[in-house]
Design a protein around this ligand. Structure first.
Ligand SMILES: Cc1cc2nc3c(=O)[nH]c(=O)nc-3n(C[C@H](O)[C@H](O)[C@H](O)COP(=O)(O)OP(=O)(O)OC[C@H]3O[C@@H](n4cnc5c(N)ncnc54)[C@H](O)[C@@H]3O)c2cc1C
Length: 280
């Protein structure tokens, strides 16, 4: 049987990581279903007692979301409107019980194509901070995610925080998720849209789409196309070719590529319409 570690400091956690092959455990809401056993197998490093990893702090350069920050913690934190899409995603992660223990970082590290936290954090230009006993390194979320359930983490590293730059707090944002039903459902398509609008014109845009490819993607062609145009007109300027420039949606048991493409276009248009209403 493996060993169970529940350190109270990051230093102790990194010492464990340096000496043992362990599974990092946070809320365990992904780990338990994946294990299909009574307990998580092998050595476990439970990070939930490390106080310094919990919560969101505003710094001079942005916001730091600690690795054991739960979805509920996020929802209870006062954050600017650029984060609204991440909060909307938080409300859709499973149920309140799941949000109370599941962490934002756990959602990223599990690297599911359908992870609801990934598109909003891509559109917030998030960076991921990794630590090992040898030191820390940071990389953009898009580089941290390597493929389906694959990340850039080494066996002796853990994620300690997500960093969102100050400028990403700007603008108005919206997250929309399509599933086979309204609640407690895995996404077929989700979109995260953040735009900065001044005098009715789109001045900045950050848009990401999830559940349509092995790793969620930014839609840079769409972002470029809507820059400089009135927010009211933006929804109608988009067509499916704008999405296909960045992504070829997948087909699977939950939906065909064509269905996903149509749904993605409709969600993007709805998100932009919602935002247009908000900035009026
Ligand atoms: C009933 C149910 C409904 C769900 N609904 C949704 C949903 O609607 N949308 C959605 O996106 N997800 C959903 N999930 C999945 C899950 O709740 C989320 O992905 C959650 O955010 C995972 O966080 P966690 O803290 O529980 O991660 P854990 O299960 O503890 O860990 C997940 C993975 O990340 C690794 N990990 C965790 N923290 C770190 C770290 N700091 N450093 C390195 N590795 C780390 C773990 O080793 C593991 O591989 C659902 C799960 C359940 C059981």
């Amino acid at each position: 049987m493996g060993k169970y570690h529940r350190p109270c400091s990051l230093k102790e956690a990194l010492d464990v990581l340096a000496t043992l092959h362990v599974t990092v455990a946070a809320g365990c809401t992904d780990l338990f279903p994946a294990t299909e056993k009574q307990r998580v197998q092998g050595n476990v490093l439970d990070i939930t007692a490390i106080e310094e990893l919990r919560g969101i702090v505003e710094t001079e350069v942005g916001w730091r979301i600690g690795a054991s920050t739960t979805w509920t913690d996020l929802l209870e934190t006062n954050l600017p409107c650029g984060f609204n899409m991440l909060k909307e995603a938080a409300r859709e992660v499973g149920s309140i019980q799941i949000q109370n223990v599941g962490t934002v970082v756990g959602n990223l590290c599990n690297a599911s194509p359908a992870a609801d936290g990934i598109p909003p954090l891509l559109a917030l230009n998030a960076e991921i901070e990794l630590a090992s006993s040898g030191g820390n390194r940071s990389l953009p979320l898009a580089e941290f995610l390597k493929g389906v359930r694959e990340t850039d983490l080494s066996h002796d590293e853990m994620v300690i925080a997500i960093h969102v730059p100050k400028k990403s707090g700007d603008g108005v944002s919206s997250f929309l998720k399509l599933g086979a039903r309204k609640h407690l459902v895995i996404s077929i398509v989700m979109t995260a849209v953040r735009v900065v609008v001044r005098e009715g014109i789109i001045r900045e845009a950050a848009i990401a789409i999830g559940s349509c490819s092995p790793v969620a993607q930014r839609l840079t062609a769409v972002e470029t196309k809507i820059l400089g145009i009135p927010i009211d007109e933006a929804p109608n300027t988009l067509n499916s070719d704008d999405i296909l420039v960045s992504i070829s949606p997948i087909s699977d048991i939950r939906g065909s590529a064509d269905y996903r493409l149509n749904a993605a276009l409709e969600l993007l248009r709805r998100a932009l319409r919602d935002i247009a209403e908000n900035v009026r």
